[in-house]
Design a protein around this ligand. Structure first.
Ligand code: NCC
Length: 276
């Protein structure tokens, strides 16, 4: 298979991956009593367009980066899971426009999802690894973690905070883009929150800067900037096809290699700016 160029990869993402979220009209939700809790419109109709956006990975290499001011200068900032800003403002900034959560965070006791103030700023977007090629009903009856019960509880406690759930077809369409552009078979697990969030922002923003997804000179085995826990698998991947995701993002980068080295910064164009 011939290796396609970065601009061809960008066009594939734009046209073959639909950034979709669950709406109350979709089966099986339309016949469930709590369907009214889902946003009426998909996230791409409600948010943006933003001029510039920052995606802040949770990588340990953000520690001592001093990137906080640069990150906060964007019109919208996306963060992941339980990644905090308080106490780390100098390195990661303090603005949170969107927080992308996996269902594990919503369900595990240590994250105090229903009670912690960490989750109360910005727009929430959740996802759960659905089985490959399963329809919505099959997934609904067999989620990895109890995403839907936690969603309903959270919505009752915070009815005014916008809260979306990613459509699993988005996960697998993105997975397919990775697989079709790699020479070897990759594991059949959905992409990490990092790539899901990056593509989400490419659909909402004119330009997207991703920080420390491709590690800078600060590359470290420290898993997260906010935890004293070391594991190289956080940066290289285990469950998620993370190394392949990074390969794809490296090929699509429109910034300088030097910016990756010094700032851990990748520059990606928003889909609306592409001429495919
Ligand atoms: O670690 P996690 O990811 O929350 O990180 C968010 C995204 O940042 C990128 N990352 C992170 C650390 C690192 N050293 N390098 C990186 O590039 C990745 O793109 C990552 O997606 C997830 O994707 O949702 C993940 O969530 C954690 C965990 O569930 C949450 O942090 C809550 O504790 C997963 N860890 C475990 O299951 C143990 C992780 O595999 C994926």
């Amino acid at each position: 298979r011939p290796k396609v160029s970065g601009s061809e990869l960008l066009c594939q993402l734009k046209y073959k991956v639909e950034v979709a979220t669950l709406t109350p009209d979709l089966e099986p939700f339309s016949s469930l009593p709590w369907a009214y809790q889902l946003p009426l419109q998909p996230i791409t109709s409600d948010l943006g367009p933003y001029k510039s956006c920052a995606v802040v990975s949770s990588a340990g290499s953000l520690r001592y980066s001093g990137l906080g001011k640069e990150i906060d200068s964007h019109d919208a900032v996306l963060r992941f899971n339980a990644a905090p800003t308080v106490g780390y403002e100098k390195d990661v900034g303090s603005k949170t426009t969107i927080r992308l959560l996996n269902s594990q965070v919503m369900a595990s006791d240590d994250h105090r999802f229903l009670s912690s103030s960490l989750y109360s700023t910005g727009v929430l977007v959740a996802w759960d690894p659905s089985p490959f090629s399963a329809d919505l009903s099959q997934w609904y009856n067999k989620t990895d973690y109890p995403i839907f019960t936690q969603y309903q509880r959270y919505r009752r406690l915070h009815p005014l905070q916008p809260f979306y759930i990613l459509h699993p077809s988005f996960e697998w369409q993105l997975w397919q883009r990775i697989q079709d552009n790699m020479a070897e078979p990759i594991q059949k697990n959905p992409p990490s929150s990092g790539l899901l969030g990056t593509v989400l922002m490419m659909s909402l923003c004119e330009v997207v800067h991703v920080y420390e997804f491709l590690p800078s000179q600060r590359k470290t085995e420290l898993c997260h900037y906010y935890q004293r826990f070391y594991d190289a698998a956080c940066t290289l991947g285990a469950y998620h096809p993370l190394l392949y995701e990074k390969n794809l993002v490296k090929r699509m980068n429109q910034g300088l290699d030097r910016d990756i080295y010094t700032h851990g910064r990748v520059t990606l164009p928003g889909f609306s700016t592409l001429n495919c």
